[in-house]
Design a protein around this ligand. Structure first.
Ligand SMILES: [Zn+2]
Ligand SMILES: [Zn+2]
Length: 366
């Protein structure tokens, strides 16, 4: 049986490129579709097998050392793998790729509370890496391309044969000339410095979902940096911060506020319109309302995240005692007091102040 080099018609020191060319030429000539003869089919098989072995640097090395038969040199493969080393292509065969996945990016976006109710579209600008449009990620000046590294013959690694207790052991190291890529870029793209990507401020429109809160993160697949040499984009993470609002605060998807109610409205009850974050809203002050009473307006809170249900608007009432009154008003109030004959005040448990009381009632009001 002819050896693999003879089968392909190349010499022992042929480069991977020469081996590939020889195989292609023979394959075209002997392929069963083109050449139906029995003899051609047999030769096609041996040519393919020879190419399988010689095109793989590990297999070729093994073959050169006389170990063509699978497992014929028991344990050798393990040793080879050990020396091949993780971290250099992760033990993969052949040269490593210049192309890598891009980094993830993260930006923080401030959102007004009013925009959280229904969600909003926002234009954002990110400082990111984008594909170099001069070289389209090839890293080469237009019209040029990488050339096979003549130091490692395109393998990305150089192998050394070392005598050891186990016999001959082959060690492989990344090729210093091409950094393991197997090719050398002689004319790097000037625009991107041979990186295949450039930094750019990129604007995009994002959908801020309803119901987000400070710290909510959104992941946009492929929204991150383009990878080196035109590799796939990383992801973009958007972290939201909901801005403080002077009037409205938030409890989950409920909106909380207070409304000042006049003494007379508190006594008699009233229907009143107030301005909410999403337009005007009617609130009903019940007769006999007390400071701290909570009026709930169903469905006027925040629309939940990925939901169509809205929380409630909860308004705590603050009854205002008038401080400036006319002589006539004072006279009427005196008459009222005489009519009512209210009990004098008695002591009760200390309350932690108006706003503390409101907070308590908000949570009791459910
Ligand atoms: Zn470029
Ligand atoms: Zn090299």
């Amino acid at each position: 049986m002819a050896n693999h080099y003879e089968t392909l018609g190349v010499d022992q020191n042929a480069t991977p490129d020469e081996i590939k060319k020889a195989y292609r030429r023979l394959a075209r000539e002997l392929h069963p579709d083109v050449n139906p003869s029995e003899d051609a089919a047999e030769r096609f098989k041996s040519v393919t097998h020879a190419y399988d072995v010689l095109s793989d640097p590990q297999e070729r090395q093994r073959y050169d050392l006389g170990g063509d038969q699978a497992g014929g040199m028991g344990g050798f493969g393990d040793i080879f793998e050990t020396f091949f080393g993780a971290g250099f292509g992760g033990g993969s065969r052949g040269p490593r790729s210049r192309t890598e996945r891009g980094e993830d990016a993260m930006i923080r976006v401030d959102v007004e509370l009013a925009d959280v109710i229904f969600g909003v579209q926002r234009d954002i600008t990110v400082n990111t890496a984008v594909l170099c449009d001069t070289c389209n990620g090839s890293c080469c000046q237009p019209g040029t391309s990488p050339v096979t590294c003549d130091h490692c013959g395109g393998q990305g690694q150089v192998q050394r044969q070392v005598r050891s207790l186990f016999g001959n052991v082959v060690t492989a190291h990344p090729c210093g000339n091409c950094q393991g890529y197997g090719t050398v870029i002689e004319h790097p793209c000037i625009e991107c410095g041979g990186k295949g990507r450039v930094r750019e401020r990129r604007s995009m429109t994002i959908d801020v979902p309803s119901g987000i809160d400070t710290g909510t993160r959104m992941q946009m697949r492929g929204g991150g940096e383009v990878g080196p040499a035109g590799g796939p984009n990383g992801d973009l993470f958007i972290e939201f911060r909901v801005m403080h609002h002077d009037v409205f605060s938030r409890d989950g998807n409920d909106l909380l506020a207070t409304a000042q109610v006049s003494m007379t409205d508190a006594i008699l009850g009233a229907e009143t319109e107030v301005s909410a974050l999403d337009g005007n809203v009617q609130i009903e002050v019940p007769a006999g309302a007390q400071s701290g009473d909570v009026v709930t307006v169903r469905g006027r809170g925040i629309q939940g995240l990925h939901s169509t249900n809205r929380g409630d608007l909860k308004v705590a009432l603050q009854v205002i005692t008038p401080t400036k009154i006319s002589t006539r008003e004072k006279e009427l109030v005196r008459q009222l007091a005489a009519l009512r004959k209210d009990d004098p005040p008695t002591l009760g448990e200390f309350q932690q102040g108006f706003f503390g009381k409101i907070r308590d009632r908000f949570f009791r009001a459910g």
